[in-house]
Design a protein around this ligand. Structure first.
Ligand SMILES: Nc1ncnc2c1ncn2[C@@H]1O[C@H](COP(=O)(O)OP(=O)(O)OP(=O)(O)O)[C@@H](O)[C@H]1O
Ligand SMILES: [Mg+2]
Length: 216
């Protein structure tokens, strides 16, 4: 891997949903330390783009390199889920519980931490984003905003190298949103963020790109 190269490099990306091209001839680069915002109207493909970076939406064309490795098949993408941490637009797609602490411990456990170590990492991560009080709550008994923060804890507990955040502040009140933006800024992590929230863009963006609507 070329340590000085981009963390993410996409060239001529073409992405389709249900047979319809959504993103065409799209170039993408993320360099270390960048917080790149992907803007664009609803339906322009922001979520589709983020999901393609983990192999959830297959490339219909173009070339993709993640952390210096060319990625085409499931075998290429699978080991990068963790180093690239995705916060889903709908937190309900991400949380599987049973409790908030157990959910956040799942990633570290899966990567070989002991049960005690994984729980410690989970609790530290919850405290870091200000939701230590939710640790023993069932994930299905959370508000939308609480779910989003719990889902972010699960992503951060994996110690990712790159964050992919899909509308991270949606559903959060102002205080929770500010806390979240502080955590993300302080993390020092490189990230790609899809967001419609001007406060989020203003607080974090080091660079912006806008997806254009696909030609009809
Ligand atoms: N699972 C799916 N099956 C079929 N089409 C889909 C699916 N998900 C998204 N699409 C379509 O793909 C296009 C891009 O959707 P996407 O969710 O990527 O947009 P977005 O920019 O994230 O929108 P938003 O700002 O509303 O979150 C839309 O036309 C959408 O209807
Ligand atoms: Mg979206």
């Amino acid at each position: 891997m070329n340590a000085a190269g981009p963390l993410i490099l996409g060239r001529g990306l073409r992405l389709a949903r249900a047979g319809k091209v959504v993103v065409e001839a799209f170039d993408l680069e993320l360099h270390a330390g960048e917080r790149l915002f992907v803007l664009g109207a609803s339906g322009t493909g922001k979520t589709t783009l983020l999901h393609s970076l983990l192999g959830f939406v297959p490339l219909a064309g173009g070339e993709l390199q993640l952390l210096g490795r060319t990625c085409r098949s499931e075998q290429d993408f699978a080991p990068l889920r963790g180093p690239l941490g995705l916060l889903f637009q709908d937190a309900g797609d991400q949380l599987f519980g049973p409790t908030v602490a157990e959910d956040a411990a799942f990633g570290p456990l899966n990567r070989g931490a002991s049960a005690a170590e994984a729980r410690e990492i989970a609790l530290q991560t919850l405290a870091r984003i200000g939701i230590a009080h939710l640790a023993e709550r069932p994930v299905h008994a959370l508000s939308g905003g609480e779910q989003r923060l719990a889902a972010l804890a699960g992503v951060l507990a994996m110690s990712p190298q790159v964050l992919l955040l899909d509308e991270p502040t949606t559903g959060l009140d102002e205080a929770a949103s500010e806390r979240l933006l502080g955590v993300l800024a302080d993390s020092g992590l490189s990230m790609i963020v899809a967001s419609h929230d001007p406060a989020c863009v203003g607080a974090l963006a080091t660079r912006r790109i806008t997806l254009a609507p696909a030609p009809r």
